[in-house]
Write a protein that binds this ligand. Structure first.
Ligand SMILES: [Zn+2]
Length: 120
């Protein structure tokens, strides 16, 4: 599905992060992806495995996928709830007047790697 484009975005973000952090190659990439994206981790991993081969700086890196739960905030009482199923109702007062406050995240949370050799 859309795992291919997510993997491409991760690769792009990782290359930018390496540059910014002054690293020559990555050891691990931790990405945080909200449940609402319905990402299949295995699919994302296989896309990433294929794509990283094109980038020497990422070739030996490992992708760690963390998922963020879907969170909602009640407009009636302000209570925040993490939901497992798509039942968008406040767990405190039962109101369905809620705002979705979590589950749409998608970002590179952490990158570790080897420092670039500095020129003397
Ligand atoms: Zn409520």
């Amino acid at each position: 599905m859309h795992e291919g484009s997510i993997a491409a975005a991760i690769v792009q973000g990782a290359l930018e992060a390496l540059e910014k952090e002054g690293l020559s190659s990555a050891r691990s990439l931790t990405v945080l992806i909200g449940r609402l994206h319905s990402v299949v981790p295995d699919l994302l991993q296989s896309h990433f495995r294929l794509m990283k081969k094109e980038h020497p700086a990422l070739r030996r890196s490992r992708l760690i996928i963390e998922t963020a739960p879907v969170r909602i905030a009640c407009r009636a009482c302000g209570h925040e709830t993490e939901i497992e199923k798509p039942e968008f109702a406040c767990s405190s007062c039962g109101s369905t007047q809620i705002d979705v406050t979590g589950g749409r995240e998608m970002h590179l949370k952490e990158i570790t790697g080897n420092e670039a050799k500095r020129k003397q």
